[in-house]
Ligand binder design. Structure first.
Ligand code: F6P
Ligand code: MN
Length: 324
């Protein structure tokens, strides 16, 4: 099985970008080890703090954030990083060519129950002139040069794209290296599986309610087939399932949060996952347009996410637009 760096060279990925991806996999191994140790390393439970999004911080959130920051900022090609756990950006090498946005530990409510979590990352080009300003990050997802995630589950997997399809690597614990286990991931166009937090049903837009209600009717309803539902409650794991066996994943608009009607963050959740899904032949939309086309105005902004199998996302969008 092919190793990471030769695979990237085969794809003619720029050496500076290879170095950034290599740095990310070093972080991944370290975080994977800490997740695996759990209580043995005293890393479970919460800190007494909240992050800038007002969410309780888990000890592992803080640890993963610190590791990523420290290790990435030592890479001379990293101009600056933006993290879910940091209010502002953190500057690195002033003439570094790349910006890295990340969610250090996605799905952190799963940490204490020994269920799947992951690190999501998005690499953007830094402008030619040196310096590190927050505005540099405000680029649409279509500008990404690398994006992906590391899934910490029964197996630790590195999944990413550099614009040449989606590749999956599995961490071989016996040699301590990521080996290529899926060279060209493709999402099935049709599916009978969906992922949504059903407990929010009463807060969705009418179109989303009608769409999900029709899925639940199964063969007896207008969709004329039975659907299955899955919800890991970690976007990284739910999207991994969609990439692996198809499906639709959504975290839709929610009426309770008038000024924050969406849950997922654009720069380090929506964009990287959207690019992966598109590279694998699927669709990724906010409900009002392609996620990758959004011009960000804030590094922590949120967006609607509907992604996965092409035909199912298209159908869901038709319900939202009222044409179905
Ligand atoms: O990062 C936000 C997140 O943890 C996602 O990973 C996940 O999809 C979602 O929130 C889970 O939300 P809920 O708590 O509504 O199940
Ligand atoms: Mn997250």
């Amino acid at each position: 099985m092919q190793r990471l760096i030769p695979t990237l060279r085969n794809d003619q990925v720029d050496e500076a970008l290879i170095s950034v991806i290599n740095t990310l996999q070093i972080c991944a191994k370290e975080i994977s080890f800490r997740c695996g140790q759990g209580k043995l390393a005293g890393v479970l439970g919460s800190t007494l703090d909240e992050n800038i999004q007002g969410e309780t911080q888990k000890k592992l959130d803080v640890l993963a954030n610190q590791l990523l920051k420290d290790i990435l900022l030592e890479c001379k090609h990293v101009r600056a990083v933006a993290s879910e756990e940091e209010e502002g950006i953190v500057g690195g090498t002033l003439d570094g060519r790349y910006l890295v946005a990340f969610d250090p530990l996605d799905g952190s409510s799963n940490i204490d129950i020994n269920s799947m979590v992951g690190t999501i990352f998005s690499v953007l080009p830094a402008p030619a002139e040196p310096g590190a300003e927050v505005d540099m990050f405000l680029q649409p997802g279509s500008n990404q040069v690398a994006a992906g995630y590391i899934l910490y589950g029964p197996r630790t997997m590195l999944v990413f794209t550099t614009g040449k399809g989606v590749k999956m690597f599995t961490l071989d614990q016996t040699v301590g290296e990521f080996l290529l286990t899926e060279a060209d991931v493709t999402i099935a166009e049709t599916t009978t599986e969906f992922a949504i937090n059903m407990s929010n049903h009463r807060h969705w837009q009418p179109g989303m309610r009608r769409y999900i209600d029709d899925l639940l009717l199964g063969k007896a309803g207008p969709r004329n087939k039975d659907f299955n539902m899955r919800w890991v409650a970690a976007m990284v794991a739910d999207v991994h399932r969609v990439l692996t066996r198809g499906g639709l994943f959504t975290y839709p608009w929610d009426s309770r949060k008038a000024n924050k009607p969406f849950k997922l963050r654009l720069m380090y959740e929506g964009n990287p996952m959207a690019w992966l899904v598109e590279q694998a032949g699927g669709l990724a939309d906010t409900g009002e347009g392609r996620i990758l086309d959004i011009q960000p105005t804030d590094i922590h902004q949120r967006c609607g996410v509907i992604l996965g199998s092409r035909d199912e996302v298209t159908t869901c969008l038709q319900y939202l637009k009222g044409s179905q």
